[in-house]
Each structure stands twice: as structure tokens, then as C-alpha cells.
Write a protein that binds this ligand. Structure first.
Ligand code: F6R
Length: 611
């Protein structure tokens, strides 16, 4: 995830901006840049690929960079490779308008075409250069920065936190955001903006949280807020009482809770990056449409939660693209001698891109001459480097050992790959295809809705404190959700649990059900719900305490089930994205209540680089 920082006031700006960027390093980045305007408004830009230290060294910690108004950026590549050229800030040809941006402009190629027709030239591959030149276009048209920014917001689709310097307005920063975070701080004789509170905490504890489509004007006199009609609006600052460590967690008690709450943003970023202007563009994966058309079978492999994503992928790809799919645990797959089909595609899923077994499975497959695709979160990791094609999820760095947001981003990767395969092979009709795309773009809002139920989940967790054994059951995608739910619960709460395909329980394991055993059923697949309900009834009649997690419109849930959680309806292929959030929260709260170290559970490491 990119990070932005801005400062204007009485101090030299660059050291403040660089210091703020350093506090955002946890968001991950591959290049960085700073722009500072001097008293006359001349704007100087310095940027570099790689670590912030390069920029620190280049500018003597910012000291050699004159001026009291500046903006800076750490870039996590989205459009275009990591390079100095693609690094922010970007500017217009005259160097009179300079901007940094966090987010993704979905209709950037349309806007780029339009601006090109009006005589603009582009020198980078980024959507940010397009954003900057769009502001420039409207500034030249209206001669007014607020108007230029509001026109930008009316024409740009997607997510953005955008900060702009205008040569004509020295000492002022104009900013706006939509669906990307931006906080504003006021100091004595100055003002700051940033993607997150830690970047400005050293200078102020008075912070304004901006809402979508609010324009902010920062100057040494303070801040002013405007709506898109350029009418001034009043806002109340929040006093931040966290210490620096808590601030890194954005005020959340644990990284895991923070990352659970980042899921709407992460899902939005991953969907919007690949699905824009109504088109699903996976060209970055280096697998041509002709190749995808000819794929005869797919094997998905990974470890732990990444493997569980593969299980969802198996249901979704087989159902909508009609290609045979198998899912293999990487530590098994690497030592098997699998019979591989003629035109088989192997997909390796890994958040870290460094998991030893997944990497070994990838190498083994490559040696056998099979085409490989990696779904990876960490840029430039070993699996990403060695696979034939890479799908980078846009989850940003995941700190908590138990994965949440990376898992959610991997699910999106599975859906988008399934959709592309269906598109090139013509296995879904146009109407169904549009409906899939619409449902995907609505997922972030629905995940946010599920997050609103967290106090209900917390209360339920407090009632389940004494449970020694938990069973998660479901069919189809609900089975895939169950295995992830069970792993989450085990790894952070240390409560024993098992996941079963609902129909399999009666073949032996049902003998473990005793009075009060918690059996948690997931019911999001309407055609299968009745069957799973029957299996749950079987456990209830043996004394189980039955809880269910059901899509809103699923009917026929018996009244004697002890607890029912509802999630919004979505296309049944995508329900894992909503259901898992309740299960993550359940595991989280149970872990907190039991006094465990949520972010660093015992015996576990974030990246498992041993066999
Ligand atoms: C569970 C979890 C692990 C990882 C697994 C694979 O919460 O985080 O099960 O999913 O170790 O890790 P990556 O995705 O880095 O290959």
C-alpha cells in the first residue's frame, strides 16, 4: 500500500515529510519521492527506487532541500514496475503542478486517452501521472485549484488520497480522498496530512479524519475543508491518546483486528486494480488469452490458509469455467509424482512468497515443464520471481501471524482468474458475467456490513469461553470456509477444533459430539443448506450446541439452533469473502478473552521457510 505525507508551516518541510514517510514504512513500498516548494513556489522533486534511506542520503535527511511546504510518497507499485520514473511525485510539463497519490484510478486509461487527445504527453506508466495531468487540465481551464480538484473528483473513478502543490499557491497543499485513508493534523503555525496517524503523531495529536470527497486546504494558518461544491464545511478534530506503538496499529488493539478491518479496502484495491472500465484485465499475469483458452486442467497448491483459498478456487473455477481442478497441500505435492495433464496450469498461492514447501512445489513443477502462476502478496519474493506469471494481491504488508486480509485478497485472485477463464472459454453468458462483475465490486461494502456485527460476535465468543472442542461444518464453498475457520480458531485461541464436510461427520467423527460441543455450520449455498441443516440437527439431537452462519435469504433454519449469524446475500461463488470475516472475528475475540498473544501465537512464524 502506498503512503503519502504532506507538511506546510514554519519548519523546513523535507525532514518532516521524510520522517513521516519512515513511519509509514510498515505499509510496504518499492520506491519513494518528495517534492518541496520554496518561498517563490518553485517546486523541486527528488525520487528514488528502493529504500527511503537512498532519499535520505540524497538530501542529507531532507536538510539540503529548501522550502517549508512539501509532499512525499512511498510507492507500492500498482500501475507500472517499481522504478524512479514511476515513483511519485508526478508533475505537469511546466513543473507548476505536482502531486502524490495513494489508491487506484480505475478509469485511468480512458482519462489518459482523453488527455492525450488534448495534447498531453505521458512519461510514466502510472495512473498518478494521469491524475496529476487531469488536475492540470482543469486548473488551466478554470484557474482555480479548488475547482480543479473537484473536477478531478467528478471525472476520476476509483480510490484516491491525492495531495497537490500548485506553483501559483506557494505554502498551500490541496488534497482530497475517496476510499483511501487520509488524516489531517494541525500544529502551531502549520498543518500536516498523511495516510496514517503514526506519520504525524510526533507533531500533533489533534487529528481530522477526512470523509470521502472532502477537499482539504492546508496552509501555515491551519486547515480548511470544502465539499465538492467548494462550500466550506466544519469538522471537529479528534484527540489521539495512543502511544507510538499503538499508533502503528492505527489505534486497534492488535494488528490482527486492524487487518481484519482493512479487508474492505484490500478487496476493493485488488478488484479495482484488475477490473476497471467494465473490463477484466489480467494481461499483467503474462498468460495470454490463447494460452488460457487451451488450459486442460489446473492444480492449485499452497500451505495453511493459502491452501484453503485453493479449495474455494476449486469450487469456483470448476463451476464457472468448467475446467478440472485439483487442490494439493504443497508439502505433499512436492514429494508426489503427480500425473500432469498436457496443458496443465499449476497455481501456487502464498502471501509471503517464501514458504519453503510452496516454493519447492513450484520448482518441482517447473522442472517438469509445467506452466506456473503465483498468487503472491510480497513484491519480488522468491515464488513471485520464479513463477512464469504473477498475480500480486493488493493486501499491503500483513503483520499479524494469522492471515486475514491476505487470505481475502487471495480469494479475489481466485474469483478473477475463474472469471477470466470463463470469459475466454465462453462458459458463462453475458448477463451472468456482468452480474459476477457487479457482485465483486459490491463485496467491499458487504464486508464492511459484516464488520458492523463485531460486537455480536464478541458477545458470542464470551459465551463460548469454556468450549474445549469445536466442529465447523459445511458443504461446497461452506466446507472451504469451515477449514479456514477451524485453522483460525486453533492457531490463535488454542481451542481444539476440526472442520468437516457436513456429510462426512456421520461416518465416524459424530461419536465425538457430546453435550454442549459447539458445532458451527456455515449455510451460504442455498441448494445445499437443507442437507447441512439435517447434519446439524443430527448433532443437536446428540446434545451439540449448534450455531450457524447463514446468508440472509437462506431459509429453514430450525428454531432450536442456539445462535444464528446472518451475512448479506451475494453471488454464491463469492460467499467465502463474507463468511470468513465472522469466523476471523470469532477466533480473534476468543483469543483475546483467553489472554493469548493474538498477533504472535505460540509456536508459529509469519513466514515458514523450513520444510
Ligand atoms: C494461517 C496462516 C498460515 C499461512 C501458511 C502459508 O493464518 O497464516 O497457514 O497461510 O503458512 O503462508 P504463505 O501464504 O506465506 O505461503
Amino acid at each position: 500500500m502506498c503512503g503519502i505525507v504532506g507538511y506546510t508551516g514554519g519548519r523546513q518541510a523535507a525532514p518532516v515529510v521524510l520522517d513521516g514517510l519512515a513511519k509509514l514504512e510498515y505499509r510496504g513500498y518499492d520506491s519513494a519521492g518528495v517534492a518541496v516548494s520554496d518561498g517563490d513556489g518553485n517546486i523541486d522533486i527528488k525520487k528514488a527506487k528502493g529504500k527511503l534511506k537512498i532519499l535520505f542520503d540524497l538530501t542529507d535527511g531532507g536538510k539540503s532541500f529548501n522550502g517549508t511546504c512539501g509532499i512525499g510518497h512511498t510507492r507500492w507499485a500498482t500501475h507500472g514496475e517499481p522504478s524512479q520514473n514511476n515513483a511519485h511525485p508526478h508533475c505537469n510539463d511546466e513543473h507548476t503542478i505536482v502531486a502524490v497519490h495513494n489508491g487506484i484510478i480505475e478509469n485511468y486509461s480512458q482519462l489518459k486517452d482523453k488527455l492525450t487527445r488534448r495534447g498531453y504527453t505521458f512519461y510514466s506508466d502510472t495512473d498518478t501521472e494521469v491524475a496529476t495531468k487531469l488536475v492540470d487540465y482543469y486548473y488551466k481551464k478554470h484557474g482555480e485549484p479548488l475547482k480543479a480538484i473537484s473536477e478531478f473528483a467528478l471525472h476520476a473513478r476509483g480510490s484516491y488520497a491525492l495531495a497537490v502543490l500548485f506553483k501559483d499557491f506557494p505554502g498551500e497543499i490541496f488534497a482530497i480522498r475517496k476510499d483511501s485513508p487520509m488524516v489531517i493534523g494541525v500544529t502551531d503555525g502549520g498543518a500536516l496530512l498523511a495516510s496514517d496517524v503514526p506519520a504525524i503523531l510526533k507533531y500533533t495529536r489533534n487529528v481530522y479524519y477526512t470523509d470521502n470527497h472532502e477537499i482539504v486546504l492546508l496552509s501555515k494558518d491551519g486547515v480548511a475543508f470544502y465539499n465538492l461544491d467548494r462550500e466550506e464545511i466544519s469538522k471537529t478534530p479528534t484527540l489521539i491518546s495512543w502511544d507510538a506503538e499503538a499508533a502503528e496499529k492505527g489505534g486497534w488493539e492488535h494488528f490482527m483486528l486492524k487487518e481484519i478491518h482493512e479487508q474492505p479496502e484490500v478487496v476493493r484495491n485488488t478488484v479495482n486494480y484488475f477490473l476497471h472500465d467494465g473490463k477484466l484485465d489480467l494481461s499483467e499475469l503474462q498468460l495470454s488469452e490463447d494460452y488460457l483458452k487451451g488450459v486442460s486442467s489446473i492444480t492449485i497448491t499452497g500451505c495453511g490458509s493459502a491452501y484453503h483459498v485453493g479449495v474455494v478456487g476449486q469450487y469456483v473455477i470448476e463451476d464457472i469455467a468448467r475446467i478440472p481442478v485439483r487442490v494439493e497441500i504443497a508439502s505433499e505435492f512436492r514429494y508426489r509424482k503427480p500425473v500432469l495433464g498436457g496443458n496443465e496450469l499449476v497455481i501456487v498461492i502464498s502471501q509471503s512468497g517464501e514458504t519453503a514447501d510452496s516454493l519447492a512445489a513450484l520448482r518441482e513443477m517447473k522442472q517438469q515443464g509445467v506452466k506456473t502462476l503465483a498468487i503472491v502478496n510480497v513484491l519480488g519474493s522468491s515464488i513471485a520471481r520464479e513463477a512464469d506469471g504473477v498475480f500480486y494481491t493488493k493486501a499491503g504488508p500483513e503483520i499479524s501471524v494469522a492471515t486475514t486480509k491476505a487470505y481475502s485478497a487471495q480469494l479475489i485472485a481466485m474469483y478473477l482468474i475463474a472469471l477470466k477463464l470463463a470469459e475466454v472459454r465462453g462458459t458463462v453468458g453475458a448477463q451472468q458475467y456482468s452480474s459476477f462483475k457487479r457482485e465483486l465490486t459490491e463485496l467491499p461494502e458487504k464486508i464492511a456490513k459484516v464488520l458492523e456485527t463485531k460486537s455480536e460476535v464478541q458477545k458470542f465468543a464470551s459465551q463460548m469461553m469454556d468450549k474445549k472442542d469445536v466442529f465447523f461444518i459445511g458443504r461446497g464453498v461452506d466446507y472451504a470456509v469451515s477449514i479456514e475457520s477451524s485453522l483460525k480458531l486453533k492457531e490463535i485461541s488454542y481451542v481444539h477444533s476440526e472442520a468437516y464436510a457436513a456429510g462426512e461427520l456421520k461416518h465416524g467423527t459424530i461419536s465425538l459430539i457430546e453435550n454442549g460441543t459447539l458445532v458451527f455450520g456455515t449455510l451460504t449455498q442455498k441448494a445445499l443448506a437443507e442437507k447441512t441443516v439435517s447434519n446439524l440437527v443430527e448433532t443437536a439431537s446428540r446434545g451439540a450446541y449448534v450455531a450457524v452462519l447463514a446468508s440472509q435469504s437462506v431459509e429453514g433454519i430450525p428454531e432450536n439452533f442456539k445462535k444464528v449469524f446472518h451475512i448479506p446475500d451475494t453471488d454464491e461463488h463469492f460467499t467465502a469473502s463474507l463468511a470468513v470475516v465472522v469466523m476471523q472475528l470469532f477466533a480473534y475475540y476468543l483469543s483475546v478473552l483467553r489472554g493469548n498473544d493474538v498477533d504472535k501465537p505460540r509456536n508459529l512464524a509469519k513466514s515458514v521457510t523450513v520444510e
